[in-house]
Write a protein that binds this ligand. Structure first.
Ligand code: TXA
Ligand code: MG
Length: 340
């Protein structure tokens, strides 16, 4: 299949948006930019189109997709009913990087939800994404536009590297500003639960929903055969080919540790870069977790270019946006954590 490139930056924006919408209406699959990561979109009402998304990504059939909307009317259309707590969160955080798990509406295709009776919904803030949704007049199911298991794409070139020849089109847009996937909150249990941390933090959610808890799978490896609330959490993810370790410690202990290793590299904070004498990539400032989030996946894609046996990543804090970065890194490291 020839993948069409629709450049929304240097060519006609409206024409890129309208062509993407037309392909989606015809049952095709198109990668689109969002503020978090690029998504691989298909009509949430078209089972056959959704199936193409699973095939192109090599995604396990039991891992459900997020439905993207561009209006509150569309929200009502894809769910059975809008939970009270969803109204509260939407008021504060939509449009933006928050996904809510709600009871699934009948119109939404069964394979979007991998057969579950719930559906994940998000109203993105990136204009290109909402313009495409509105132009197609369709809610769009869109997982991250990477090959399953690889780091999520934060630039159009990541998508092209992974999916060229496997999908109908790529809308070329800006580099994603958030850099990690949306926060996922379940609103279908007795109490709300954070299933995946993101740029909307646990602390921010707790202000509005005081009884919210963090799902165990956020920081721990699910046990074999354990039923997980968010199927995506059970798979190895975001992994470079190079054996990756997550290292917890302060600036001095981290540099001392990595300097003693052989044929390895470090992913470190700007503040400690000078002290590190092995190949290294900075991923942002220790005191600004949003920069770590923004650079994370691009850095994980670069690790393999260093041609080393092992890479040691300095762990961020587990608070604020740091929790989202830590959650992705522990999966990239296949749960190999070194505590100094
Ligand atoms: O920021 C994002 O959310 C990006 C962009 C493209 O919007 N999308 C994204 O999709 O990250 P994906 O498929 O890579 O991640 C979806 C996550 C998975 O962990 C999946 O298991 C979970 O959401 N999920 C989806 N539907 C669910 C449901 N009904 N119940 C529980 N978890 C669900
Ligand atoms: Mg993904």
């Amino acid at each position: 299949m020839k993948t069409i490139l629709l450049d929304s930056l240097n060519e006609d924006y409206n024409s890129a948006v309208n062509k993407a919408a037309q392909i989606l209406k015809n049952g095709g699959i198109v990668a689109i930019p969002t503020e978090t990561v690029y998504g691989l979109a298909a009509s949430a009402y078209n089972e056959n189109a959704i199936n193409k998304v699973f095939v192109a990504k090599g995604r396990p059939q039991d891992n459900p997709l997020i439905v993207h909307i561009s209006s509150m009317e569309m929200f009502e259309e894809v769910v059975k009913f809008v939970p009270q707590k969803a109204k509260i969160l939407a008021e504060k955080f939509w449009p933006g990087p928050l996904t809510m798990i709600c009871p699934k509406g009948d119109k939404t295709a069964a394979n979007v939800s991998a057969g579950l009776d719930t559906v994940a919904v998000r109203f993105p803030s990136e204009k290109t994404a909402t313009d495409i949704i509105s132009a197609a007049n369709l809610p769009l199911a869109a997982p991250s536009a990477n090959i399953s298991g690889k780091p999520s794409p934060t630039k159009a070139e990541h998508v092209i590297n992974d999916l060229s020849g496997k999908i109908d089109a790529v809308v070329i847009g800006k580099e994603c500003t958030v850099g990690v996937e949306s926060t996922v909150v379940s609103l279908v249990g007795e109490t709300p639960k954070l299933l995946r941390p993101g740029a909307i933090t646990f602390e921010q959610l707790k202000e509005l929903l005081p009884d919210i808890t963090v799902d165990k799978a956020v920081l721990k490896e699910p046990e074999k055969n354990q039923k997980v609330a968010s199927p995506g959490m059970k798979y190895k993810h975001y992994a470079p080919k190079t054996e990756t370790y997550l290292v917890e410690g302060n600036i001095d202990s981290f540099s001392e540790f990595v300097n003693s290793t052989k044929n390895s590299a470090a992913v470190c904070f700007i503040e400690e870069s000078d002290k590190i004498l092995i190949p290294k990539i900075e991923y942002g400032s220790i005191s600004n977790e949003s920069t770590l989030a923004q650079n994370l996946f691009n850095v994980l894609r670069k690790v393999d270019e260093l041609n080393v046996d092992k890479v040691y990543v300095h762990a961020p804090s587990k608070t604020g946006v740091g929790l989202a970065v830590y959650n992705r890194l522990i999966r990239a490291a296949a749960f190999r954590v070194i505590e100094l």
